[in-house]
Write a protein that binds this ligand. Structure first.
Ligand SMILES: [Mn+2]
Length: 286
């Protein structure tokens, strides 16, 4: 388990302590079944706002953190199954995929999120780096790769975004142009075998898969301690079923999940629900 205690700042202040909520319940649930090693990074909260592709001093610090996390994930993937507890999405995705690619080469990313994380410094409204991770990873904007001195780019056909229902206007245009496959909660809940069909259609049979979950893919009625509460999400039961379907025929090599907001009143209760879900899911993969 890798504790990625990172927040790229407003509006996700506090998420750097998100992994702390999961780690004990999760450890207790899985350590009998597997040999579990916990790697902790110190909690770190940045105030990194990007409105154009410029190298700010905060961004330089963020990149240092990304590199450190990437090396840890890479080392972990060489001999075990990295289970990455976030932190916000951008670190998980950028560092995870770059680290995994060193070990496995081509990687397919299944990304569960109410959001697209497909803003660039040009399209963003908030300047929030956490909302730009997938656009950076797929080379839609290139500053991150340049600063990381890492040319790895996730091919757009190797990305599937599930449960997406809250996009900024310009982000929506960019995503539509990219051709990336996005499936809304409505689609996921309306058709019984949509995931099986999607996975077949995407021809990922022989590819290694990284699964990332932002808990805001869930409905706030189900789990309420995420920073963004976006209505019409998935139930935990439906999410479990979809993941089981993904696992049925495919090779998942690692898993990451974003943090909850520790300041929410039900944070501990919700973290336990999610820890049980992760334990149940990963026990079928590892
Ligand atoms: Mn999100």
């Amino acid at each position: 388990m890798i504790m990625n205690r990172f927040s790229s700042g407003e509006p996700l202040n506090g998420i750097e302590k998100g992994p702390d909520l999961y780690v004990d319940p999760l450890y207790n649930l899985i350590h009998g079944e597997f040999k579990v090693e916990v790697v902790q990074l110190p909690p770190i909260l940045f105030h990194c706002k990007l409105y154009r592709e410029e190298v700010t001093s905060e961004l330089v610090e963020v990149i240092k953190y990304f590199k450190e996390l990437m090396a840890i994930i890479c080392k972990s993937a060489e001999s075990s199954f990295p289970l990455i507890l976030g932190g916000d999405c951008c670190t998980s995705n950028v560092a995870s995929l770059m680290g995994l690619a060193k070990v496995y080469g081509e990687i397919f990313l299944v990304h569960f999120d109410a959001h697209g994380d497909y803003n660039t410094p040009d399209t963003t409204i908030t300047g929030f780096l956490g909302g730009m991770g997938l656009a950076a990873l797929t080379g839609e904007w290139k500053l991150i790769q340049k600063l990381m001195q890492n040319k790895y780019t996730l091919k757009k056909e190797n990305l599937l975004i599930l449960g997406c229902r809250d996009l900024d206007p310009n982000e929506k245009v960019l995503l539509r142009k990219s051709g990336i496959r996005i499936t809304s909660t409505r689609e996921l809940t309306s058709k019984r075998y949509i995931i099986r069909e999607l996975m077949d259609e995407l021809k990922i049979k022989n590819k290694k898969i990284h699964v990332h979950i932002d808990p805001d893919v869930l409905d706030p009625v189900n789990v309420n301690s995420m920073h963004y509460k976006v209505p019409n999400g998935l139930t935990l039961k439906k999410l479990t079923k979809i993941i089981q379907e993904i696992l049925r025929k495919n090779h998942v090599v690692s898993f990451s999940i974003n943090g909850l907001n520790p300041l929410e009143s039900k944070a501990k209760e919700d973290a336990l629900k999610i820890a049980k879900f992760i334990a149940e899911t990963t026990s079928k993969i590892i």
